[in-house]
Ligand binder design. Structure first.
Ligand code: C5P
Length: 220
């Protein structure tokens, strides 16, 4: 049984992976399934919070009891987050947001018959949604970011996380390793959580649902 320790709190969670359109039928995406973010949203609802979930191409069903806004691209996620962020007490950015998008999205399908042997797609940087929300946050609002990295060991992961949390201005950063077989699209996770000072405030491993509850313990 869970405590109702988030009762009366408004929690905004982003989950899934964005898709950046190349043309009407193709995109650049990532392997995030949305499992960890969906687990957090579901657990927060069970703990009494009013939960809004912004889901980007979720591969799992949304949990009961949350309001779901479906998005696909980083730009759509940014717009949805901008609408909901002001009223949230806690913002948890678990979505894997594309760092770059195609500079041009063509209105018709790109054809190999006209492209020849090489196709070049220029990418431009997406705005950092988390950093933007952190810079305009209201007093008392808690902001949690995620960093999924391929660094082979914890010390490299921590070094990266410590500079990232400062750059983004989040209160907490949840670090996890991702790769071909871990992190994304699997039921279990292992995370390290650091605060803005760079200290490890929590370490958890197990099912994404149990990791979700540990993260919420920290915030509650
Ligand atoms: O910089 P990096 O992509 O590793 O940062 C990951 C964190 O920042 C996640 O919380 C993700 O949701 C968020 N992010 C964002 N906007 C971007 C890229 C990442 O909010 N354009």
């Amino acid at each position: 049984l869970r405590p109702r320790d988030l009762s009366g709190r408004r929690v905004l969670v982003t989950a899934g992976g964005t898709r950046e359109p190349i043309d009407p039928v193709r995109y650049i995406g990532n392997r995030s399934s949305g499992r960890q973010g969906v687990a957090i949203a579901g657990a927060a609802a069970l703990r009494g919070a009013t939960v809004e979930l912004i889901g980007a191409n979720l591969e799992v069903s949304p949990p009961p009891g949350v309001r779901l806004t479906e998005v696909s691209s980083a730009a759509e996620l940014a717009a949805a987050a901008a609408t909901s962020a002001a009223s949230a007490d806690i913002i948890i950015m678990a979505a894997a947001v594309a760092d770059y998008r195609p500079e041009i999205t063509t209105q018709s399908k790109i054809k190999k018959e006209t492209q020849g042997d090489r196709l070049r797609i220029d990418l431009v940087k997406n705005p950092d949604i988390l950093a933007g929300l952190a810079s305009t946050r209201h007093r008392g609002q808690v902001i949690v970011g995620f960093a999924a990295e391929t660094e082979p060991d914890d010390s490299a992961l921590l070094a990266l996380g410590r500079s990232k949390i400062v750059r983004k201005g989040a209160d907490y950063l949840v670090l996890n390793r991702v790769g071909w077989t871990e992190g994304f699209a699997v039921p279990d996770n292992r995370v390290l959580v650091i605060d803005l000072a760079g200290d490890i405030v929590m370490e958890a491993s197990g099912s994404k649902l149990s990791v979700a509850d540990r993260i919420l313990d920290l915030l509650a």
